[in-house]
Design a protein. Structure first.
Length: 674
């Protein structure tokens, strides 16, 4: 909808019952989207239309007018666009966010006496009543309007006021025509009487990110495991060579676990055993040694110049490097020597290591955010982000943010995005829902999800409807991972190749942003450390791997195909159009996504049973999907390059353990539902 805008600054006014004038009769409430009464901003990406709705009503039967007010951060004035009525006192308006900046929006509404007069005049004219006095009343309203107008329009308004005044006993038909004409209404509406307008009590925020905040495919790998020579660990130069493989797979983000020096004291050995040998490389999350801390690079990986070359090489391939930020320290970290006050002291004088009873992590010291020197601590942690930003990193995956104070994250993300609006943050918070959502509200762009543990059709549909629909979708950006170095679910342990393919297709088509931990995923690593455990046997967290990327068991061809399909189909590049569809077999999951303009529609059907063939009848809501009821239509399986002719709402599908999914491009017939 195209609307006129003007730069007007709404008056600041006290909220609710504290408003300073009882003549303000309009009520504004029921705003959507709004997160926690405006405490937190909603999230959008550049180019999005922000569509808002609001309840606006008043006592009596007067006509109301209102505006949506919005502005970019730093702008002195507000731009206004009229509120358009829907039904039952519900109103709507929109604006488009065009820059990676924070925006604000609010509302103002008032009793519109001119529109009320004009409505009533039309009713009386239609009833053939005498409207002479009504015309005089209207002339007075127009003259008052002229007092608010600049000179050139004020003169026109006074002329129009005079023109609608009755002239003696002559016919008033010309005056009525003038009064009800569009030119008068258009001019008067420029200068409404807003003396007693109501301003909404909150100014609401919008954080605007770049497109990668919504759509991206992440690939996690350990740089030290990228060497083709089994006698030595990988380096940044090896990783630079590996980028060709990652590009071929179709990923746009390469996420690296910590690349810093690894502590020696209490270093963990293979499979997380307490006793290590001199050949054990240690866990990358045990950060810090005599070689440096969070702003240093492990000497075996290379130099900062090597890292800069890696970032540039990735960029040339359309790939971004994402870094892990884990705010914790190995006992050998320089912070431990220089700032022992940043760590919690035990009664015996030693520093408290990390614990998740009964688990013990003697190689890691958690940071004490209740330190008396917390301000200096915060500044130092912020400087870690700034250091890597200066080296071309604009995406950070943050380790366990739920174990650090909420106030810190709100401050540091706000500070960093003020100067670097392009920076994105992925929250690795596998914790309770309210905490995950709070972190998202505080500023994390994306978050890991519970997808790995949602296996049935009912579980998947219920969960994704929660995270892709209001109110959660306004602040929570899901990033869907079927595995991580910490997570090897029972489903992947026991489901074989079919489980890996199905979980991959689910992640990549249910979520516009998704990731895998590779090469473990594409090569089907599935052995657990022990029965009932979700950790990998011989975990890469504690040893260097040498992967055979050419293993015939690899599902790299499936990954490559799906990533190509995602790039070619805008429907798969967003989450807010996700719909689940009825299937008469609970082992099949069917869902669709479409582009906002409706031109691209993708229907995905997945066999959730990795051991057996499953079949069933899928029912689509044809009218809602823009498909004509009485015409056949084509669905092309983009994975197998096979077209099918479907008719009507219900059609048959059959999937086995080899072809575990259909990703259909739905070609609507020429005759569409209007």
């Amino acid at each position: 909808m195209v609307v006129a805008t003007s730069n007007v600054t709404p008056r600041t006014r006290k909220s609710g019952r504290d408003q300073d004038d009882g003549r303000r009769r309009v009520v504004i409430e029921g705003v959507t989207p709004e997160v926690d009464d405006g405490r937190f901003p909603i999230k959008r990406v550049v180019g999005d239309e922000v569509l808002v709705e609001v309840d606006v009503f008043s006592d009596g039967h007067d006509v109301l007018s209102g505006v949506l007010c919005y502005r970019r951060e730093g702008d002195a004035h507000w731009t206004e666009t009229p509120l358009e009525p829907l039904v039952n006192d519900r109103w709507q308006a929109s604006f488009t966010v065009t820059e990676m900046r924070r925006y604000s929006y609010t509302f103002e509404a008032w009793v519109d006496h001119f529109k009320t007069w004009r409505r009533d005049l039309q009713i009386k004219v239609d009833a053939e009543q005498d409207v002479s006095v009504d015309l005089l009343n209207g002339a007075r309203l127009i003259e008052e309007d002229a007092e608010r107008a600049p000179a050139h329009d004020a003169e026109r308004l006074r002329s129009l006021a005079q023109a609608i005044r009755p002239a003696g006993k002559a016919s008033i038909a010309p005056q009525v025509k003038q009064a009800l004409g569009k030119p008068l209404a258009t001019l008067v509406e420029r200068y409404p009487d807003r003396r007693f307008s109501t301003r909404y009590e909150h100014e609401l925020g919008v954080v605007v990110d770049r497109e990668r905040a919504r759509f991206g495919a992440w690939y996690e790998l350990f740089p030290r495991s990228t060497s083709d020579d089994p006698t030595r660990p990988g380096t940044f130069r090896d990783l630079q060579e590996r980028l060709a493989y990652v590009e071929e797979l179709g990923f746009d983000v390469v996420y690296l676990p910590p690349i810093h020096p690894i502590g020696v004291s209490f270093r963990k050995g293979k499979n997380n055993v307490v006793e290590s040998t001199t050949s054990d490389p240690g866990s990358p999350w045990a950060i810090g040694s005599t070689d440096g801390g969070h702003k240093s690079i492990h000497p075996e990986l290379g130099t900062i110049e090597d890292f800069d070359r890696l970032v540039a090489a990735a960029e040339s391939r359309g790939i971004e490097i994402a870094l892990d930020i884990a705010f914790q320290a190995a006992p050998d970290h320089p912070w431990v020597r220089e700032h022992p006050e940043w760590f919690r002291q035990r009664a015996d004088g030693t520093i408290q290591y990390a614990e998740n009873p009964p688990k013990k992590y003697q190689d890691i010291y958690p940071i004490n955010f209740e330190s008396p020197q917390w301000r200096e601590l915060w500044e130092e942690l912020k400087s870690v982000f700034e250091f890597w930003l200066d080296h071309g990193v604009h995406i950070f995956r943050v380790d366990n943010p739920h174990t650090k104070p909420f106030a810190f994250w709100e401050w540091v993300i706000g500070e960093l995005k003020r100067d670097h609006p392009e920076v994105l943050f992925l929250s690795e918070a596998f914790t309770r829902p309210k905490i995950m959502y709070r972190l998202a509200k505080l500023g994390f762009t994306q978050s890991y999800t519970y997808f790995a543990w949602r296996n049935t059709s009912e579980e998947l549909a219920e969960y994704f409807e929660e995270i892709t629909q209001p109110p959660v979708k306004e602040f929570f950006g899901p990033n869907i991972w079927p595995n991580t170095p910490d997570i090897l679910t029972e489903h992947l342990q026991t489901g074989g190749r079919a489980a890996f393919v199905a979980r991959f297709i689910l992640a990549a088509t249910l979520g516009a942003s998704y990731g895998i931990y590779g090469p473990a995923f594409e090569l089907g690593e599935h052995a657990p450390r022990s029965e009932g455990a979700e950790e990998y046997l011989d975990s890469e967290k504690y040893e260097i791997k040498h992967w055979n990327l050419d293993d015939p068991a690899s599902i790299r061809d499936v990954i490559t195909s799906v990533n190509r399909i995602r790039r070619e189909n805008p429907a798969l590049q967003r989450n807010d159009t996700l719909q689940f569809h009825d299937v008469d077999n609970e082992q099949l999951l069917a869902y669709s996504k479409q582009s906002l303009d409706g031109s691209n529609l993708i229907l995905t059907v997945v066999n959730l049973d990795p051991h057996h063939r499953q079949s069933g009848w899928v029912t689509l809501p044809l009218e809602a999907l823009g498909i004509a009821e009485d015409y056949p239509y084509e669905v092309e399986d983009l994975l197998a390059d096979i077209p099918y002719r479907w008719e009507g709402a219900t059609n048959y599908v059959e999937l086995d353990t080899q072809a575990v999914a259909h990703v259909f491009l739905v070609r609507r017939p020429l005759t569409l539902v209007s």
